[in-house]
Structure formats: structure tokens, C-alpha cells
Design a protein around this ligand. Structure first.
Ligand code: UN1
Length: 518
């Protein structure tokens, strides 16, 4: 068993780690008797001091030239690369993400740094002609100020980096409330940032669960924040959106999904099976981009199932550190319990369960290819639900676990309807060889992301990531688009004419004879 990292820290404020009293324990979900780390929860006073610290240095950070700010990110990216394996192992131990996926998620941090380092040398504004002589117009991107963000447990390194990397490059200071399920990953990331040269107070951290999160959001009512980022459930996202709206702040809300994967009768079935498997079971179905509804053409349902069920049965489940296991435990006991509740409450009498109801391995269910400690881990076997209908509760409920909802369609409009009707719109995918269908799908799907002949998961780090409808408020992370989240436009005009030139009134508009015609 690996050693416990017992630091007891509850917050990083003004460059110093502080301890707290309320313990925050992170254990390995694949072996719950292995305590990975002991931290503590930040209290209301610490959260307040964290945002005060971020505010006190924001102006000087904003004055630091952007290419210099981006140097911190360059160094941070190099340090993450150097420590990639250790960080990946930590992600794997803290939340049970399979090691290969954990490495991918840490690589996503590095990719994000690589992308934004040069953005520090751009952050372009424009020079724009004026309608007056001897007058110049410019636009500048200005930092927003203090950015508070709360992140989820399923991507404890990549998703926070999507927020703080561009936020820092753009000249904002930060207060981060990481997921309570992954304090050690969050601590290591923060230490790398400190070693990369981030000045005191520019980056602050408050550990804890929901109550620390609400303390942070209280700051919005007091004017402590200029921007809030939240990755988590639609329900909490709506509440945060209300507080931000009241205070005229536009939050970046990355919420739930019920991501459709449509399999047409002309698709390459082998490829579709592989894509569905990864969409549904990567990170044990706990990605925001995980498969929500598998929507299969009725014509090929039997042929698809004949390949799909054996493919599921053949996967290995178990210790996430072992590369040959497809997936490991659920993120924690809480996530296992919620998955169990879903299979207890969302299944209806008309549903068929070709693999049985599933459930916790070693308790309610067994798995032939299981390689782990089932008594001490929060492992669940896959559940496949056939015959899901649009009116079923399971159709529109984000389930976050190894669960496949299978629906069928007769005509393609029905497939698109089923893909959209639940009102979520994060990711989506289609398997087809027909360009007409693919074109129709990508034009009519309401999701923010669409894969064609690829899985619903696995967005690349430099593309806009985000959703519509119940999946978010239209904000996008990653790539150049996220710069709009972290800067405000400033329009400047400079009159060198030596007189007051009134726009629209003194402009020398051209007089034309518009009555002219042939
Ligand atoms: C998430 O689940 O919140 O697209 C992020 C993917 C990953 C990121 C997911 N690149 O599946």
C-alpha cells in the first residue's frame, strides 16, 4: 500500500498553505482502506481571505506584460510534463480513473499550456478606422479581475487547467475550490504552479465540499468576484447562475449531459461497437461527455447487439492501475450509491436487461473478467437497458455510471428528435457512411460538440468545449474561444484633430443620387 500524504492543508492564501480543523480525507476508491491523502476543509474566514488576497494583487498581475504572465504557464506546462507519471498515478489512485485515461487527462493539461503560452504573445485587439479624419480607434482585451471557480471530480487536472491557464494568461487572479474527491491531485497541480513562478496571491485554493463552495459563491453577492466558473450538475449550475445574474456576472457553466450516439443502418458496425463501448465506459461512464442514449436504427438493432453484448462481456474491469482493465471503480462511494439508486429507481417493467440489472461487483453482481479487490473497491458492472422510450425517466436523466440506454428509431428524423428532445446539449455522435445523414445530423443536433464516426467522449484540448440547453449557459472552454470568457473588450478612440468631432453628426457622409436607375 502506498504511503498516505498527510498535510492537513485547507487553503493556499497569499502564497502560504494553511491548515484547518475539519478533516478532508481522500481514499482510493479501488481499495477504500488505502487513505491517499489527508487535507482539511477551508472555513468561511479562509474563503474570504482567499478572495481578498486575489483582489489585492490583481492590478499588479494585470500590469505584468501578458508574454511574461504566459511564462508562468510555459514553466507550469514543463513541470506537469516532468511530473506527468506521478500526477497520472495520483489521478488514478484518488478517483479510480484507468491509468491510460489518467495519462491522457494529464496530457490535456500540457496541451492546454502549450496552446496558451503563445496566446500571451497575442491577446490581439484591433485597430479600426474611424469615420472621422485624424482620429484612431482601437480595441483591447482587458482582464476581468478576480475569477472564482469550482470544479468536478471526474477530470481533476484537465478541467481546472482549462479554467486557470487562460484566466491567468489574460491577467486575472484566481480562487479555486477543487473537488473534495481529489485534494491531492489539486495540491500537486497548485505546487507545480507555485514552482512555475506564479506570484503570491495570484492563485489561491480553498479545499472542501459543498459548504466551501457556497462560501465562495457568497462572495459573488459581496462583489468579490468578476467571473465564476462552475463544472458540475445542472441543478447547482442553475443556482449559481441565479446568483451571478443578480450581480451582473456572466458565469461559465459547464453542466450535465445526456449525450446521444446515433448508429445508422449504413454504419461500420465494428467501429460503432468500439465507439459505443468507449463512450459508455471510459472513466466508468463518469465523463461529462459519456454516452447518455444509444439510438440505434431498428433495422440493425439485432446485428448491433450480437456484436455489442459480447464486446461488453469481454472487457476486463478492476484495478485502474492495471493497463489492461477497461475501467476501474466509481469515483467514490457516493458515486457508487448514486449509480445503485439509478438502477433501482429508473428501470421500468418494459425494459429488458440482457446483462441483468448489474450493480456492485462482489455484492449485487459478478464479473467474469474482474481483476481487483471487489470487497474493498466501489466497482460496478455494466448495465444495458433495452427498450428505452422517450417518456421514460431514464431517457432524460444524467446517470453518470456504467449504464447504457438503448433506444431505436425507424426514420432518421426520429433519431434526431430523440437525440435532442431531453434538452441537454453537450456532446453527440453519429456512426454512418451516408454524407446526407451526417450533414443533417450536424446541422440539426443541438449539442455543442459532435463526433462523426467517433465516440461522444474525447474532445481535443484546443477546440471549444461546452454545451447548450441544460448542459450550460453557452460558454465555451478551451481554444481561442475561452479568451472571451476571461477578458472584456475595451473600445478606445483617440482624436488628434484638435477639435471636437461629433460621431454621426460631423461625419462627412457621401451624398449619392440613389434615384438613378437604367
Ligand atoms: C469532462 O468530462 O468534464 O472530452 C471533460 C472528453 C475529455 C474531457 C471531458 N477530453 O471526454
Amino acid at each position: 500500500m502506498m504511503k498516505t500524504v498527510d498535510l492537513g492543508f485547507s487553503a493556499l492564501i497569499d502564497g502560504k498553505w494553511e491548515k484547518g480543523t475539519q478533516e478532508l480525507i481522500s481514499s482510493n476508491p479501488g481499495r477504500y482502506d488505502e487513505i491517499v491523502a489527508v487535507f482539511s476543509e477551508a472555513n468561511a474566514d479562509q474563503v474570504r481571505r482567499a478572495w481578498t488576497s486575489a483582489r489585492s494583487v490583481q492590478k499588479s498581475w494585470a500590469k505584468t506584460p501578458a508574454p511574461v504572465r504566459a511564462e508562468v504557464i510555459l514553466n507550469f506546462g514543463k513541470l506537469v510534463e516532468k511530473n506527468k507519471e506521478a500526477l497520472s498515478q495520483t489521478v488514478c489512485r484518488e478517483i479510480g480513473k484507468p491509468i491510460k485515461e489518467a495519462r491522457g487527462s494529464v496530457q490535456e493539461v500540457i496541451d492546454t499550456c502549450n496552446f496558451f503560452v503563445s496566446e500571451g504573445r497575442r491577446l490581439y485587439g484591433q485597430t479600426i478606422p474611424s469615420e472621422m479624419p485624424d482620429k484612431e480607434c482601437f480595441t483591447y482585451r482587458r482582464p476581468l479581475g478576480v475569477f472564482g471557480f469550482i470544479t468536478a471530480c471526474n477530470f481533476p487536472a484537465a478541467v481546472p487547467a482549462w479554467y486557470f491557464v487562460p484566466a491567468l494568461v489574460a491577467g486575472n487572479t484566481c480562487v479555486w475550490k477543487p473537488s473534495e474527491e481529489a485534494p491531492l491531485t489539486s495540491y500537486y497541480l497548485t505546487e507545480l504552479l507555485l514552482h512555475a513562478g506564479v506570484p503570491k496571491g495570484v492563485f489561491n485554493v480553498v479545499f472542501g465540499g459543498a459548504s466551501t463552495g457556497s462560501e465562495l459563491i457568497k462572495g459573488v453577492e459581496e462583489g468579490a468576484f468578476d467571473k465564476i466558473g462552475f463544472t458540475g450538475s445542472t441543478q447547482i449550475g442553475k443556482k449559481i447562475g441565479e446568483v451571478c445574474g443578480r450581480n451582473l456576472i456572466v458565469p461559465c457553466l459547464e453542466l450535465g449531459g445526456k449525450n446521444p450516439l446515433v448508429i445508422c443502418d449504413d454504419s461500420d458496425l465494428e467501429l460503432a461497437v468500439e465507439g459505443a463501448l468507449f463512450s459508455g465506459l471510459a472513466t466508468a461512464g463518469q465523463r461529462c461527455t459519456s454516452l447518455g442514449n444509444l439510438i440505434v436504427s431498428k433495422k440493425i438493432l439485432d446485428a448491433f447487439m450480437q456484436k455489442f453484448i459480447p464486446a461488453i462481456k469481454s472487457i476486463k474491469i478492476g484495478n485502474p492501475q492495471n493497463e489492461s482493465n477497461f475501467y476501474g471503480p466509481l469515483i467514490s462511494e457516493k458515486y457508487l450509491n448514486s449509480h445503485m439508486r439509478n438502477i433501482e429507481t429508473l428501470l421500468a417493467s418494459h425494459h429488458e436487461l440482457p446483462l441483468g440489472k448489474g450493480g456492485r461487483i462482489g455484492f449485487e453482481s459478478n464479473w467474469n473478467n474482474f481483476f481487483g479487490d471487489e470487497k474493498k473497491g466501489f466497482y460496478a458492472s455494466p448495465t444495458v437497458v433495452l427498450g428505452v422510450k422517450e417518456n421514460d425517466e431514464i431517457y432524460a436523466t444524467e446517470t453518470f455510471g456504467p449504464l447504457f440506454n438503448v433506444m431505436t428509431f425507424e426514420d432518421f428524423d426520429e433519431a434526431i428528435h430523440l437525440a435532442n428532445a431531453h434538452g441537454y446539449g453537450l456532446s453527440s455522435a453519429i456512426y454512418s457512411r451516408d454524407p446526407q445523414k451526417i450533414y443533417k445530423f450536424k446541422s440539426e443536433i443541438s449539442a455543442g460538440m459532435t463526433s462523426i464516426n467517433n465516440s461522444t467522449t474525447g474532445a481535443e484540448a484546443h477546440l471549444p468545449f461546452g454545451g447548450n440547453g441544460k448542459s450550460g449557459n453557452g460558454g465555451r472552454q478551451s481554444g481561442i474561444w475561452v479568451i472571451d470568457q476571461f477578458t472584456k473588450w475595451h473600445a478606445v478612440n483617440w482624436d488628434l484633430s484638435g477639435k471636437l468631432q461629433k460621431a454621426q453628426m460631423d461625419t462627412g457622409y457621401i451624398k449619392a443620387d440613389l434615384s438613378y436607375g437604367f
